[in-house]
Design a protein around this ligand. Structure first.
Ligand code: SF4
Ligand code: SF4
Length: 82
């Protein structure tokens, strides 16, 4: 999963581009739900939130490192849940 860092300026452009609805407004800045973020694997060639973020404040989440296989498995789980 990816993680939004404190440089986020709450511009809201990332939320609508996430294919998994993993992004929402948190207590202070936007946050990514690591249970829903697939790093856009299976949807796009690159993370869409990173592509649109104007301040480059989205990094790999050090607490949720995942392989491509794990991310794909998460995507299939999410799809199965509808
Ligand atoms: Fe959503 Fe993709 Fe960003 Fe993860 S990397 S939060 S799935 S847009
Ligand atoms: Fe924050 Fe970047 Fe998302 Fe804007 S696009 S809300 S700055 S993470």
């Amino acid at each position: 999963a990816l993680k939004i860092n404190e440089l986020c300026v709450n511009c809201d452009v990332c939320e609508p581009v996430c294919p998994n609805k993993a992004i929402s407004m948190g207590p202070e800045i936007y946050v990514i739900d690591p249970g829903l973020c697939t790093e856009c694997v299976g949807h796009f060639d690159e993370p869409q939130c990173v592509a649109v973020c104007p301040v480059e404040c989205i990094d790999p989440d050090p607490e949720h490192p995942e392989s491509e296989e794990q991310l794909l498995a998460k995507l299939f789980r999410l799809r199965a849940q509808g």
